[in-house]
Design a protein around this ligand. Structure first.
Ligand SMILES: [Zn+2]
Length: 78
């Protein structure tokens, strides 16, 4: 008998968040996981120019595009 039912499956509830780190070869739009700074990359992910964070969250475009999130990312921070 195997008991896999109790294992919590993160990111399997439809709200999938894809993270990437600086140096990863990616293409698309990413948002800094720390300050929300948005960038568009087609090769290597840099460090965040705002807070030097190296973890980025992929901005997904689709039927459930997060319009709020993307507008926040493109808004200049003061
Ligand atoms: Zn940042």
């Amino acid at each position: 008998m195997t008991r896999f039912a109790k294992e919590p499956t993160a990111a399997a509830d439809g709200d999938e968040v894809v993270f990437a780190a600086a140096g990863d070869h990616v293409k698309g739009e990413y948002r800094c996981s720390e300050c929300g700074y948005g960038i568009t990359v087609c090769r290597d992910l840099p460090k965040c120019p705002m807070c030097a964070c190296e973890v980025w969250e992929a901005v997904t475009w689709g039927p459930f595009a997060r319009a709020l999130a993307s507008s926040q990312g493109s808004r200049p921070k003061y």
